[in-house]
Design a protein around this ligand. Structure first.
Ligand code: ADP
Ligand code: MG
Length: 753
């Protein structure tokens, strides 16, 4: 008998080395959590649509044709090449054997069925297996195997030397000797929700007798994943809520009151109520830990600024962390503008209780940086706005009371923590993280599950809607003229335009602009480019998308001059990208804000936060290169004023291409939440929940798309348990299951996404 933590070798023998090295399966527990990729019914052929290039697969197929010939290679070698065409009843697949003398044509008569194992490759657009292993078993033999006893056969993701047949054998050995601890999910919960027991679930997933049995097993095991995850998150919330923070109590006649009195607009209801909630939370002596999400342009910055002012009024400082230099500068500008003389602390003309706003970024001169750091450390600066430079250890604050993280999805948890560690006396600052990328509910409950969430639903009044259209250039070159005519029209009407390119261009390799020197590579965004991967593709065609059919995507450095000399020759065209020196970036941005530039040709450096109300049109080149959420984010740069705005998604993809469908979806709705759900269905979920070095996600069965209700129920149960028993002292089997997850260090991935 072997427990979940027992090593595999004594149970399965020498193959344990392959399982460990190639599949990352080291313990009995690892193996039983290596779930089948699909389940075949006895006698049913493998559906070739499920084959994934690059994967090692075992297929059960019927031989339809065998041909053999001698060929001479380029290097003048003589080879025998045998092609065996097999079929799943609908599609064909060629198995190619080179120099296999053992091959005997008559051993595989046409019409016979057999197992073939090998690496699936794509050759000339067709799937093939080269030199597969052949496992001819007649049906009696198969039926005789206990694997097939129930008539359903689990098919596992495998590798060479540990294919599905071998893994199934190991699984049998393990399941037959498995010594399971007490079920981690308390009996009361199982009864209430109607779940089967853990052992039954393992049997049902690996050796189901009916598909119904398999489904019940899957439900239970997927729920377990959500449940244990939610336990970890609930524990984290409880732990964070118990930490000490300095209470920042409101004052009546401080900066906040002065600021409110001069606000040029009325706060929306959402801004007001979330503001009240935040004021209450920062006035408590435990840290606030809140996520504020809201559409682009919904006015999150004002909420954050009011929170900062409340903290300054109470004697603390606030730090605002932005993902890019452009955005940090933009925040500095708009915050100092909004504050007016309230930001002129210690300066001539400053209001009586005025504070100081300081910028701290990596590209400051030595002297400027030293001065900024001094302002932060002395407490002279009430607000310090910066990029990753803020996180450095030598940056210190006199009394950091509030950390605001803008565009949270660009940062990892380590960064949040680095700032949090800068409060005084072992206290924690209050934390407000903001994102304009709407987070689907399930993601909010998992990836951001340790934060309390507020959502800003309404936009400020008087915003004109943004019209989005796809501009297909494939076979329609005249569209190009129409696109640029639109831009000329907008400029003629006194407005400004953005043109966004997927890359910087020039002689640099084909890479997207990660928007500046300080933005760390963002896995999430890059992955959205991978639009071939769909949720349904876990067992399906997960092939990479075909590259757009024509030229490589256009770069800013090419398109800028082209437009300036061509279609837009009478307009003031400037470029902006992350490789420009930061003074140049700032100067260009300033010129655009001041209306001295008509058309800004830029990379995604303008993706977040840039706010120029007079910009009314955005043209996105090679739009299929961007993810759904990113497109939505980008177009939020227009439609910020009262004039009607327009976004054109230029693409060379032909109609019917899956990439086109995404663009059509973005054009069809301006509801960010709807799009974020769509984005989720289009993305491999592992990219959201994180994967370890073996490419495994720790959440194997849980689907953020399908399992929304299940995650909700798991969260409810987990919260109840942890509220009553934070240390899980009364729930030892559950504590053990949680430890197993946390000990794997895999828990970190939850927040790195
Ligand atoms: P985001 O949520 O995208 O960060 P911002 O905070 O940048 O949005 O706000 C977008 C614009 O709307 C800013 O110019 C801001 O001054 C303005 N704004 C914010 N709140 C209101 C409001 N209640 N009424 C009118 N305009 C507002
Ligand atoms: Mg913003």
């Amino acid at each position: 008998m072997a427990g979940l933590d027992a090593p595999l070798r004594p149970v399965v023998g020498a193959i344990a080395a392959v399982l460990g090295d190639k599949l990352g399966l080291h313990t009995v527990g690892d193996l039983v959590r290596h779930y089948p990729r699909r389940w075949d019914k006895r006698g049913e052929l493998t559906d070739f649509r499920d084959l994934i290039p690059g994967e090692y697969a075992t297929i059960f197929a019927v031989i339809s044709r065998v041909t053999s010939k001698n060929i001479v290679t380029k290097t003048n070698k003589r080879l025998n090449k045998t092609d065996v065409t097999v079929t799943d009843g609908t599609r064909k697949l060629v198995l190619t054997f080179f120099n296999q003398r053992v091959w005997q044509q008559n051993r595989f008569p046409e019409g016979a069925a057999a197992f073939f194992s090998g690496k699936v490759e794509l050759f000339n657009g067709k799937l093939q297996l080269v030199n597969p292993e052949v496992d001819i078993v007649d049906d009696d033999d198969v039926v005789g195997r206990s694997d097939f006893a129930g008539g359903i056969l689990a098919v596992y993701p495998g590798v060479k030397d540990a294919d599905t047949v071998k893994i199934r054998r190991c699984m049998r050995l393990v399941l037959d000797t498995l010594d399971l601890p007490e079920d981690p999910v308390p009996q009361a919960i199982r009864d209430k929700l109607g779940f089967i027991g853990y052992r039954e679930a393992l049997e049902g997933i690996h050796r189901p007798k009916t598909f119904d049995e398999r489904d019940r097993a899957r439900d239970r095991l997927a729920w377990d994943e959500a449940f244990i995850l939610q336990i970890v998150l609930a524990q984290r919330r409880v732990a964070a809520a118990g930490l000490p923070a300095t209470a920042r109590r409101p004052v009546n006649d401080g900066l906040l009151a002065a600021f409110d009195a001069r606000l040029p607009f009325e706060l929306t209801n959402g801004q007001r109520s979330i503001g009240d909630l935040i004021a209450k939370e920062v006035a408590a002596d435990h840290p606030m830990h809140r996520l504020l999400q809201g559409e682009v342009g919904s006015g999150k910055t004002v909420i954050a600024l009011r929170a900062m002012l409340a903290v300054i009024d109470a004697g603390g400082q606030a730090a605002l962390l932005a993902p890019t230099e452009v955005l940090a500068q933009q925040h500095l500008r708009s915050i100092t503008d909004m504050l007016g003389d309230l930001a002129l602390g210690g300066q001539l003309g400053g209001a009586e209780n005025a504070t100081t706003v300081t910028l701290l970024t990596g590209s400051l001169s030595q002297a400027a940086r030293r001065k900024a750091m001094l302002n932060a450390a002395s407490g002279a600066a009430g607000i310090v706005i910066g990029t990753h430079a803020l996180l450095e250890e030598k940056v210190q604050f006199a009394d950091l009371g509030l950390v605001v993280v803008d565009e949270q999805h660009k940062f990892g948890v380590e960064q949040r923590d680095a700032l949090r560690a800068k409060a005084r006396d072992d206290r924690r600052p209050h934390v407000l993280v903001m994102t304009a990328t709407p987070i689907p509910r399930t993601v909010a409950m998992t990836v951001y599950g340790d934060l309390d969430v507020s959502t800003l639903e309404e936009l400020p009044k008087g915003r004109a809607p943004i019209t989005t259209a796809v501009a297909p250039l494939a076979g329609k070159p005249e569209w190009a003229e129409r696109v640029w005519q639109r831009v000329r029209d907008e400029v003629a009407a006194g407005h400004q335009a953005y043109v966004v390119c997927p890359r910087i261009g020039g002689d640099e390799p084909d890479e997207p602009d990660d928007s500046g020197e300080e933005l760390r590579p963002d896995d999430t965004e890059t992955d959205t480019l991978d639009f071939g991967a769909t949720e349904g593709s876990r067992g399906g065609t997960g092939s990479r998308p075909a590259a757009p059919p024509t030229l490589p995507p256009i770069g800013v450095l090419e398109l800028g001059p082209q437009l300036a000399d061509g279609y837009l020759s009478n307009l003031r065209v400037e470029i902006l990208h992350g490789r420009m020196p930061s003074e140049a970036k700032d100067a260009t941005m300033r010129a655009f804000v001041d209306g001295a530039v008509d058309v800004l040709v830029a990379t995604t450096v303008i993706e977040v936060g840039v706010d120029v109300a007079n910009a009314t049109i955005m043209v996105i080149m090679d739009a299929e290169r961007f993810g759904v959420s990113q497109l939505h984010q980008l177009r939020g740069r227009v439609g910020r004023g009262s004039a009607a705005s327009r976004c054109l998604l230029v693409t060379e993809l032909p109609p019917g291409h899956p990439g086109r469908a995404r663009l059509d979806a973005v054009a069809a709705t301006s509801d960010g939440f709807e799009l974020s759900e769509l984005d989720l269905t289009l993305r491999r979920e592992g990219t959201i929940l994180g994967t370890d070095q073996h490419g495994r996600s720790d959440l194997k069965l849980l689907s953020l798309v399908r399992d929304r209700d299940l995650i909700g129920s798991a969260r409810e149960q987990a919260t109840r348990i942890v509220d009553g028993d934070p240390g899980l002292l009364d729930h030892p089997p559950l504590a053990a299951a949680v430890n197993r997850l946390v000990a794997n260090e895999d828990a970190d991935f939850l927040e790195k996404a």
